[in-house]
Write a new protein. Structure first.
Lengths: 151, 129
């Protein structure tokens, strides 16, 4: 792990002094800890590190959002399976959109139904499914052949 | 007309496609996509799903090469490729650095694979026109 160069900077000197000292520190690419009354109150990091942190934070937020959506869609999928016998009587061959266990839109084209339901629910996770029996199985014979593997 | 990707063994038809989020299509990502006439549905790399924050839309039963079926998530996205920008459609995720173009997309095209010369052509109109 890369060592982080760090300096402490006490927040009591004049404004002008900070400008001079900080510009020197930034040129070294160091982390500067700002202290006030003996307590660390902030850290000044090189811009590259800040950008990397922001990118990491955005990626984490997207990951959490995706996990939450996956969980919501799994619940709606379960609800759909339970409702399927009743749905087949009313919507056989059609596409339904489900939100919180309720049908919120019906149509014939999956993404059109999804978009309509999404607008109705202000961007909440929406599950779409074609009401079929038996459930369609998609074939995906893709397999990457790995060559030159020594056993 | 495109050349096969000769980095694959045996060489395979690949072309560049652009993937957009279906609701905020301003930050697309370009990726190489392999033409896969055996696939019923197209697939995009899991890394792109995360990067674009593509929405989960459904669950599908997908059967692999060995006949084993498993339930997988689908994700909404817009795919743009030569001559055409598709409306929002669903994709599954794959753990590869490239996308797979299945017949859900390929069936809109006329496709000519010239294996001996390692070239291919993909058009919206018949080759005779």
């Amino acid at each position: 792990m890369k060592d982080i160069c760090m300096q402490k900077f006490i927040l009591k000197e004049a404004q002008e002094f900070y400008q001079t000292a900080l510009s020197d520190l930034f040129s070294l690419g160091e982390v500067v800890i700002l202290e006030k009354n003996g307590q660390s109150v902030a850290a000044v990091v090189p811009m590259a590190e800040y950008d990397a942190f922001q990118a990491w934070r955005a990626a984490e937020a997207r990951k959490q959002q995706l996990e939450a959506e996956e969980a919501a869609i799994a619940r709606e999928h379960q609800a759909f399976q339970q409702m399927l016998p009743a749905l087949l009587k009313q919507y056989a061959g059609r596409v339904v959109a489900i939100h919180q266990g309720e049908i919120v839109a019906v149509g014939d084209e999956r993404m059109e139904v999804w978009q309509r339901a999404r607008q109705q629910t202000n961007g909440a996770p929406i599950y779409v499914q074609t009401v079929d029996n038996p459930t369609k199985v998609y074939k995906m014979p893709h397999r990457k052949v790995v060559r030159h593997v020594e056993v | 007309m495109w050349r096969y990707n000769e980095g694959e063994e045996p060489p395979a038809p690949f072309l560049a496609v652009t993937i957009h989020h279906p609701e905020s299509p301003h930050q697309p990502i370009q990726v190489q996509a392999k033409i896969d006439t055996g696939a019923d549905i197209s697939a995009i790399p899991v890394s792109i799903i995360g990067e674009l924050g593509l929405p989960v839309t459904s669950k599908l039963l997908v059967e692999g090469y060995d006949g084993t079926a498993s339930t997988v998530s689908t994700y909404g996205a817009i795919l743009q490729m030569d001559q055409a920008r598709f409306r929002s459609q669903e994709f599954i995720a794959i753990g590869e650095p490239h996308a797979l173009l299945g017949r859900d997309i390929l069936n809109y095209y006329y496709l000519l694979l010239n294996g001996p010369e390692l070239t291919f052509d993909l058009r919206l109109k018949p080759f005779s026109e």
